[in-house]
Design a binder for this molecule. Structure first.
Ligand SMILES: [Zn+2]
Length: 373
């Protein structure tokens, strides 16, 4: 089963026009995208094709029997709770990170160990929220004097498109600002390699990777190189460090443009994802869930899209507050459903690989000499 992991969370290649945008986050990358209306039609599509980082795969048809993470729920029980007790199912991640949404979101709480830069965008799957809490607390425990971690966007309460990102749609992505030496957050445009604090940033990355189910962390290679060198100098198991920073399309830590001041972490959130896959055929049974997110591709018209999902052009226009029928590539449409969705984008069954763990979790103290800070 091929699964194209990850994508850059941001539009790329567009000129920086931050002066026309209100600041929406602490990260430069978050501001690098011009308003959608001024964007060349194929900007999104082209960038994703270039990097091959979209998570979106071809629909795989009806949900199969590959149930691993929600096996406690029989199909009958799922059906019953879907209609009578939706809340009891917990968070449900529907679709893909770049074409999805979220049901029963968990909200990141407030805490001394972190700052929610955007509390209204702090909604994710339960697994993602728990992993973030655990990682931030672990860093705080190791570095009690540290300034709080800075969490920027996870997603909307209902997931779906979140400007300016390509992903952050299904409750599995989070943007986390770097820790900086002396806790001084540099101004915009300043190179971060020498200013970020490798000790705490490595502690954060290591905790996320070893204690939760991380699908990928996107961060600039220059930052990776520093973290890697630092981890080795601290005596971390070389084989472990090599695996963490392995190159390649399915690597755990991946280079992505516009990720020079934050980590973009994507979690598997296996139970939430699997439930998202299992409830696809049930979506049309609940009035407020009778919709699917559709990303417009080349050559598609409202008519095509309406036929695909067995709905009407009018219904799509109303759901998206559209007056005309103009579409642009990459546009996210809410498509109301009338019947069970047979053409919904359906991810393959989620299978979480074994965690990347060091052979020994005890760092060699003798290797601490020679650390340059
Ligand atoms: Zn992001």
């Amino acid at each position: 089963m091929t699964m194209h992991f990850l994508l850059i969370c941001l539009a790329i290649g567009a000129p920086i026009r931050s002066q026309v945008l209100p600041p929406i986050g602490p990260f430069e990358a978050e501001m690098a995208r011009p308003a959608a209306a001024t964007e060349p039609d194929d900007a999104d599509e082209g960038d994703e094709a270039d990097d091959g980082e979209s998570e979106l795969a071809e629909p795989t048809g009806a949900a199969g029997p590959d149930i691993r993470y929600s096996a406690d729920l029989s199909d009958d029980e799922l059906q019953r709770r879907w209609t009578d007790d939706l809340e009891s199912l917990g968070s449900i991640s529907v679709g893909f990170a770049d074409q999805g949404r979220l049901i029963n979101a968990a909200r990141m709480p407030q805490d001394d160990a972190w700052i929610l830069e955007r509390p209204t965008l702090a909604y994710g799957t339960r697994e993602a929220v728990e992993a973030l809490i655990n990682a931030f607390r672990a860093v705080r425990k190791q570095f009690p004097e540290s300034a709080p971690a800075r969490l920027s966007h996870i997603g909307n309460e209902d997931g779906g498109y979140l400007r300016p990102h390509h992903s952050h749609q299904s409750g599995r992505d989070a943007d986390i600002g770097f820790f900086y030496r002396n806790d001084k957050v540099p101004g915009r445009g300043v190179r971060r390699e020498k200013l970020m604090d490798p000790a705490r940033n490595w502690a954060l990355v290591k905790t996320l990777i070893t204690q939760s189910d991380v699908q990928v962390i996107l961060v600039d290679r220059g930052i990776q190189n520093i973290l890697r060198a630092w981890a080795l100098a601290k005596g971390e198991d070389r084989d472990f460090v090599d695996r963490v920073f392995a190159r390649g399309h399915h690597a755990l830590v991946q280079h992505a443009r516009h990720h020079k001041d934050h980590f973009h972490v994507r979690f598997y959130a296996p139970r939430s994802q699997e439930l998202g896959r299992r409830v696809q055929p049930l979506l049309a049974q609940r009035p407020e869930q009778k919709l699917v997110m559709h990303k417009v591709r080349g050559g598609q018209t409202l008519g095509h899209i309406a036929r695909t999902y067995d709905t009407t052009v009018k219904a799509i226009q109303i759901a998206n507050h559209m007056r005309g029928s103009f579409l642009h590539l990459g546009q996210q449409l809410r498509v109301p459903l009338r019947k069970p969705c047979t053409h919904c984008p359906l991810p393959p069954p989620v299978v979480v690989p074994p965690r990347c763990l060091p052979a020994s979790t005890v760092a060699s103290a003798s290797a601490e000499t020679g650390v340059s800070e």
